[in-house]
Write a protein that binds this ligand. Structure first.
Ligand code: DGL
Length: 264
């Protein structure tokens, strides 16, 4: 594509929460959104699988699209494979890491929930963020593959009953220290897509924090000085799985400005 696009990558449609923030700051930038539906879900895979898959796939995508930069709009891939991707590719890579720092700035009870995939919540990366930015806070972690699936289903137009969300929130609050949580880090990019449902299903008052705006600011800073000729750029959504039911996702993707949809 000319001009060179920004490539935004996730295992599924979760990265759209990041794409939305990037479009707000860089409305003229052409975007290629890639959902690795052939590898989805990442959250139940081993770190070794993610570390092998993501740099190789991004290498192929970088060759095909020649992007200005790549945004890994996925906490699971970023907390596991960011270093490996940066070592493999010679272009700027923006990662997504759990927004523990802003959550610590916000929490009054000093109890923070970290809601992510199973793979993300057990990453040493999360321990390091907690030690550096939230040493005086209790960090309550909960991994949920079911919530990722609820967000995918929502984008396909399949709304789930609030009860499905309530079960997940209750499981977080039932963990030790969970009853004191006043701030929840949405540490999976899928989860901001269902933030309204999570808020409605919460049995205690909580604020939600995610990294999308910070990632968009970082992306805009890296792209400072770039001018794109077309005020209404064409974007592309690409699924890596040939069997993905692209038609089911089309209306949801169109709401994010992605009209052109293809499979690899
Ligand atoms: N959206 C992804 C994340 O931010 C992962 C979802 C999945 O594939 O399990 O962690």
């Amino acid at each position: 594509m000319t001009p060179r696009p920004l490539l935004i990558f996730d295992s599924g449609v979760g990265g759209l929460s990041v794409l939305r923030a990037i479009r707000t700051l860089l409305p003229a930038a052409p975007l290629v959104y890639v959902a690795d539906s052939a590898g989805y879900p990442y959250g139940t895979r081993s770190p070794a699988e993610i570390e092998a898959r993501v740099p190789a796939l991004l290498g192929r995508l970088a060759e095909r699209f020649d992007p200005e930069l790549i945004v890994i709009a996925c906490n699971t891939a970023s907390t596991i494979a960011l270093d490996a991707v940066r070592a493999a590719l010679d272009l700027p890579i923006v990662g997504t890491v759990p927004a523990i720092k802003p959550a610590a700035a916000l929490s009054k009870t000093r109890a923070i929930g970290v809601l992510g995939t199973e793979a993300t919540v057990r990453q040493p990366y999360v321990d390091r963020l907690a030690a550096e930015f939230a040493a005086d806070c209790t960090i309550v972690r909960h991994g949920s593959a079911g919530l990722v699936e609820l967000a995918e289903a929502k984008l396909r137009g399949d709304a789930a009953p609030l009860e499905a969300y309530r079960e997940i929130m209750d499981a977080l609050f039932a963990r030790p220290g969970g009853d004191r949580i006043d701030t929840i880090v949405l540490a999976c990019t899928h989860f901001p897509l269902v933030a309204e449902e999570l808020a409605a299903a919460s049995s205690q008052p909580v604020a939600f924090v995610d990294g999308a705006e910070g990632i968009a600011r970082r992306t805009a800073w890296l792209m400072r000085g770039r001018r794109w000729p077309d005020a209404r750029p064409r974007h592309l959504a690409l699924f890596t799985g040939r069997a993905t039911d692209v038609g089911a996702y089309r209306p949801g993707l169109a709401a994010f400005g992605l009209e052109q949809v293809e499979t690899l």
